[in-house]
Each structure stands twice: as structure tokens, then as C-alpha cells.
Design a protein around this ligand. Structure first.
Ligand SMILES: C[S@@+](CC[C@H](N)C(=O)[O-])C[C@H]1O[C@@H](n2cnc3c(N)ncnc32)[C@H](O)[C@@H]1O
Length: 251
């Protein structure tokens, strides 16, 4: 097996593992602060409803939250682990009376899987930095966007891209490593502009609550306070410089 194929198979094994379930399901009951902040960030964009897409939507908890705080969109969600996650999601959406389209599929084949549909709003949260080939993924995301593409991931204002592989030895049997890549904001902007984006916005996400270190000693977000009161977010030994970016395509 060549390196790319092995990496692809490893990533599938990681994301399709049942241990991922809890992370997704917990968010329905208690949205993460990043989801609440995402709602605020979206409220600052000139959005007027229509078709919306969440790429790598997990079990759809972002869609669930945004449908409540930002009505006027019909949502589609796509995720590789849809067969595992969507039975839970469908129940939650049916109970809330929310009409949503959920597609189990690969974001690297987005345009084909979604039959070349175009969307007024496309979001993708906490995923781009976790991918082995983010520019290929971004290309697909920009292609299906006719309005705004909004991404939350790890970005630096330095002109540096960092690829990082993280192994959690507390999970038994051990899973393949997570990517936790930090991308250069400038390069991201240039990449989007090179693919037809004509307005680019960006904003850091500073978490507004303290998160304790996980007792397991493994991965899991926690915060450390700076002298000025701001919080830095970490998982394991890795600092997480969260940002929202928004790229406007079309009119
Ligand atoms: C860190 S989780 C983030 C989930 C959700 N967006 C959130 O903010 O909670 C990354 C998600 O990406 C999905 N994923 C990873 N690779 C994918 C791929 N190639 N195609 C579609 N989904 C993928 C995983 O199944 C997982 O749900």
C-alpha cells in the first residue's frame, strides 16, 4: 500500500471508531462555546437564508444549534462517519421538527457526492486542521460555495504552516494519530482568493470559560490563564490557536 492510501485508511479507522461517539452526542445537550461563538460570527455576515451545508458535520449538533438561533436555512450535513452518527442525529432532528438532509460521504469528493449542488452558506468546524490534505479539501469546499464559506480551525498570523501528528496513548487499543495542523492565515487568504474569493474575514476565538485538564492524561481541551485574564486552549501538549475565517464567493 502506498503512503497516501495507508494514511487514508488510517484516517478512516480513526474517524469511524466508536470511541468518537461521545464527543458528538454530548454537544447536542450542551453546545461548545465555539459553537455559540460561531453563531455570533455568522450573525455578523450578510446572510439571507437559503441552502446551507456543514462539511464534516459529525452528528449534526452545529446544524441543530444554528437552526434554532439562525432560522431561514435548509441544512445539509455530510460526514464520513454518517452511518454511525446519523441514526442519533435523525432522532434529535425529528424530535425538534427540523428538516435536514444528512449524507454519509467523503469531503474530498464533495462536489460529486452532492451532485454539484451549490450552497449560500457552507461551514466546516474543527475539521480542516485535522485533515492530511487541507488544500484539496478547501478546493472542494470553495467549489460548492456560492455565498460564504466559514471555517473554524487552527491558524497563525505567522507565515508558517505546521503539520503535527498527535498520538493518544491512553486509548486502548491505540488509534491512528490525529492531525492537528496550524495553517498560515496569509496563505489561506491567498489560496481562497486564487479560487475566486473576493472578500476574506477572520477573527480569533478566545474561549470564555475555564476548562480543566482531562483526568485521563490524554487528549481533551483544557485552558491555562494568562496574566491579562485571557485563556489559552490546549489539547495534550499542543496549543490550539482557534480562528474563524470567512471567504465570500459569488455576489
Ligand atoms: C473533530 S471532528 C469535528 C466535527 C464537527 N464539525 C464539530 O465541530 O464538532 C472531525 C469530523 O470530520 C469528519 N471527517 C474526517 N475526515 C472526513 C472526510 N474525509 N470526509 C468527511 N468527513 C470527515 C469526522 O468523521 C468527524 O466527524
Amino acid at each position: 500500500m502506498n503512503t497516501a492510501k495507508r494514511q487514508d485508511a488510517e484516517q478512516r479507522r480513526l474517524w469511524l471508531d466508536e470511541s468518537q461517539l461521545r464527543y458528538h452526542v454530548d454537544q447536542f445537550e450542551r453546545p461548545y462555546r465555539s459553537t455559540v461563538h460561531l453563531g455570533r460570527f455568522l450573525a455578523g455576515l450578510p446572510l439571507h437564508g437559503g441552502e446551507a451545508l456543514d462539511i464534516a458535520c459529525g452528528a449534526g449538533s452545529n446544524i441543530y444549534y444554528l437552526s434554532h438561533v439562525m432560522p431561514g436555512f435548509h441544512w445539509t450535513g455530510i460526514d464520513l462517519a454518517g452511518d454511525m452518527l446519523f441514526p442519533i442525529a435523525r432522532e434529535k432532528f425529528a424530535d425538534a421538527g427540523i428538516d435536514v438532509t444528512l449524507v454519509s460521504g467523503d469531503l474530498f469528493e464533495l462536489d460529486r457526492v452532492l451532485a454539484r449542488q451549490r450552497f449560500d452558506l457552507v461551514i466546516s468546524t474543527q475539521t480542516l486542521s485535522w485533515l492530511p490534505d487541507h488544500e484539496r479539501a478547501l478546493c472542494q469546499a470553495l467549489r460548492v460555495t456560492r455565498g460564504w464559506l466559514v471555517v473554524s480551525s487552527l491558524f497563525t498570523e505567522l507565515d508558517v504552516d505546521t503539520e503535527c501528528l498527535v498520538y493518544d496513548h491512553t486509548i486502548v487499543p491505540e488509534l491512528p494519530p490525529y492531525h492537528m495542523n496550524v495553517y498560515s492565515l496569509n496563505r489561506m487568504r491567498s489560496f481562497c482568493e486564487g479560487h475566486g474569493c473576493h472578500e476574506f474575514r477572520s477573527e480569533p476565538f478566545d474561549i470564555d470559560i475555564d476548562l480543566p485538564r482531562p483526568e485521563s492524561g490524554g487528549l481533551g481541551s483544557y485552558t491555562e490563564r494568562l496574566a491579562d485574564g485571557r485563556r489559552l486552549q490546549f489539547t495534550g501538549p499542543v496549543h490550539l490557536p482557534w480562528r474563524f475565517i470567512a471567504a465570500r464567493m459569488g455576489d
